[in-house]
Write a protein that binds this ligand. Structure first.
Ligand SMILES: NC(=O)c1ccc[n+]([C@@H]2O[C@H](COP(=O)([O-])OP(=O)(O)OC[C@H]3O[C@@H](n4cnc5c(N)ncnc54)[C@H](OP(=O)(O)O)[C@@H]3O)[C@@H](O)[C@H]2O)c1
Length: 248
């Protein structure tokens, strides 16, 4: 197939960190879009178990720590043996931060970078090696954050990982020469286990500063990811912000 024909819609999507929050929403949305879905997290939640029970031939889940490269490779092998070749990756798994840089231990900094940046790049490499050997074409979406573009106290290492991923998005889009569309989706704050550390006062300040007057919800983000997975957008190497205009 010529390289300048549109990338086909995703048929089998790997979503990292699909056990809850935005990841779970993205798993359900990709499934509703007609794709098969493989997803992992350290803990397989009852919600994920139910999805497998309801869609036994279309969903594959497993307990995997993204920092364990061997487990990642085994997961891709097992998932593709069950669902068929994986042609799209949504890098969603991440851990948060709620500590001033001065008071964040080197070990914690390392854990945030290892999980959010290093492991995500290693997973991306494993996915690409799998997908290049199959159809050789596909889509990658990195879930980053508005923190990569604006400064937020208490999120130094976390912001560094998200900025790093946005940069990687552009470089990888170039490297793949259009065989894989690579984009970032950068949400503003939304309610989840990760953001539960934010107090009511912080949340109302963010809401007040947001022109739309409301926080983002996972349901606002999934249509953008959906389009990047399924539509012929010809969008490549971009960072799409979904934050109600809070950062403008
Ligand atoms: N919430 C926000 O305000 C906000 C704003 C902008 C961007 N984001 C981004 O949106 C994405 C989803 O965030 P969320 O708020 O939905 O977070 P969340 O509710 O904390 O979910 C994070 C997911 O990642 C998984 N995960 C974390 N560490 C992992 C590891 N070592 N190995 C495998 N899986 C791991 C978690 O499962 P386990 O813990 O069981 O492993 C869970 O499934 C993240 O990339 C986050 O940075 C969030």
């Amino acid at each position: 197939m010529s390289e300048n024909t549109p990338i086909p819609a995703a048929s089998c999507v790997l979503v990292s960190g699909g056990s809850r929050g935005l990841g779970l929403e993205l798993v359900k949305d990709a499934l509703a879009g007609g794709a098969k879905v493989a997803t992992f997290a350290r803990t397989v939640t009852p919600e994920l178990e139910q999805l497998v029970a309801d869609n036994p031939d279309h969903v594959f889940v497993g307990p995997v720590d993204i920092t364990d490269e061997k487990a990642i490779k085994t997961f891709i092998k097992d998932a593709s043996a069950k669902l068929g070749p994986i042609d799209a990756l949504v890098n969603n798994a991440a851990i948060g931060q709620d500590s001033m840089h001065l008071h964040t231990s080197p070990e914690r900094i390392d854990q945030i970078i290892s999980t959010n940046l290093t492991a995500t790049l290693v997973l991306t490499r494993a996915f690409l090696r799998h997908a290049m050997a199959k159809s050789g074409r596909g889509r990658i979406i990195n879930v980053t954050s508005i923190c990569a573009q604006r400064g937020y106290a208490g999120l130094v290492a976390y912001s560094a990982t998200k900025g790093g991923l946005d940069s990687a998005t552009r470089a990888l889009a170039r490297e793949m020469h259009g065989r894989f569309l690579v984009n970032s989706v950068a949400p503003g704050f939304f309610a989840s286990e990760m953001s539960s550390v934010l107090g009511t006062e912080q949340l109302s300040t963010i809401t007040r500063r947001t022109p739309t007057g409301r926080l983002v919800e996972p349901e606002n983000i999934s249509p953008i990811v959906h389009s990047l997975l399924f539509d012929d957008t010809n969008m490549n190497g971009q960072v799409i912000v979904v934050d109600g205009g809070g950062s403008i």
